[in-house]
Design a protein around this ligand. Structure first.
Ligand code: KDG
Length: 337
């Protein structure tokens, strides 16, 4: 009877963990499984970063911690995964800062339109004091912010017309992330924005529920949006950071050594992810043109008009967030240049 029970036990263990390295882990039941889920697909640098995190954690913990990676919203959309982290039913997710602002409103500051002049400046600000102070705030929400990764500069695509001037936004139905600042910024530009989870976006464009969307070139290309979108412009309107976060109930249960391993791995995998991501965002604009999309450049004059159009929205949110944090971000940007 005992051997039957042991066999049964072994089997159920293996299926519940569903992961090759998990079943190779220690037999004493001490193996900790980290389920890490993202919305983007397995071709995206974000997923390559997650694979790097897995490699580092498994190697450095000697198999005591195993990482299962999930892409394409297999575990849910950004909001759902963050809620799962709060409850302790999922361990890691890497959302854009925009949906994070629904949990800690100050995160909206990083999504101010036309804020960061370059990725390098963004790195310095996010990895510096202000960025780290905001990661700390996640603890109030039962989340642990371990590192900033990169989504990148966002660009508008649509199926109706080239966007060249401010007026070209008029009446376009654009999907935005679920974030009020994004929504109001696109209203200020004249578009008709509608918030939606990333997991629903492709179908919405395919069925014509929305005319367009905005994302970095890597996402636009790798998610196959060229199949359902005709035009892309270098609006570069918002720089999107990713937040690598862990469930606080899970993190608190780790030994100090294990906490150090996941923290270091999140940072190192983040360096790797940022590099891959920058290459991808540079490469894929020409791939989009090859895939048949028309590319339109925004002139400096038009960009200035867009910047002016969103200014009242920025002022409103700066006041809401608190001028001290916003000023600290502006100062850090200036110091980084
Ligand atoms: O994995 C991250 C995605 O879920 C999402 O944050 C990507 O930029 C994104 C979007 O437009 O929703």
């Amino acid at each position: 009877i005992l051997s039957v029970m042991l066999v049964a036990c072994g089997t159920s263990n293996e299926t519940s963990q569903g992961n090759e390295s998990a079943s190779n882990g220690e037999a004493n039941g001490d193996v900790l499984t980290i389920r890490a889920g993202i919305g983007l697909n397995s071709e995206h640098p974000q997923y390559k970063g997650l694979e790097k995190f897995k490699e580092l954690v498994e190697e450095r913990s000697g198999g005591q911690m195993v990482v299962e990676t999930y892409h394409s919203g297999q575990l849910g959309d950004d909001r759902l995964m963050m809620e799962a982290l709060q409850l302790g039913s999922q361990e890691v997710t890497v959302p854009s800062t925009a949906p994070v602002a629904n949990f800690v409103s100050e995160f909206s500051v990083f999504d101010f339109p036309f804020l960061f002049p370059s990725s390098d400046v963004a790195d310095e600000v996010l990895d510096g004091d202000v960025g780290q102070a905001l990661l700390q705030k996640l603890e109030e929400q039962n989340l642990v912010g371990l590192a900033f990764w990169e989504n990148g500069f966002r660009n508008v695509t649509n199926s109706k017309r080239p966007i060249e001037t401010l007026e070209d936004f008029n009446g376009l139905t654009l999907r935005t992330m679920e974030n009020d600042l994004h929504l109001e910024a696109f209203r200020a530009l004249g578009a008709n924005p509608t918030p939606m989870a990333f997991t629903e976006l492709f179908t919405a464009m395919q069925q014509g529920t929305v005319d367009g969307q905005e994302n970095p070139y890597a996402t636009i290309y790798l998610e196959g949006y060229a199949e359902v979108q005709n035009h892309v412009s270098n609006t570069n309107h918002i720089y999107s950071p990713f937040v690598f976060m862990m469930s606080k109930p899970f993190f608190d249960g780790l030994t100090e050594e294990q906490q150090e391993i996941v923290r270091e791995a999140a940072l190192e995998a983040g360096q790797y992810q940022r590099e891959l991501n920058r290459e991808a965002n540079e490469t894929y604009l020409s791939s989009l043109e090859e895939a048949g999309m028309t590319y339109t450049e925004i002139s400096e004059v038009e960009r200035m008009r867009m910047i002016e159009a969103v200014e009242p929205v920025i002022d409103k949110y700066a006041e809401q967030i608190g001028t001290d944090i916003v000023q600290a971000v502006y100062d850090a940007i200036e110091a980084a240049q």
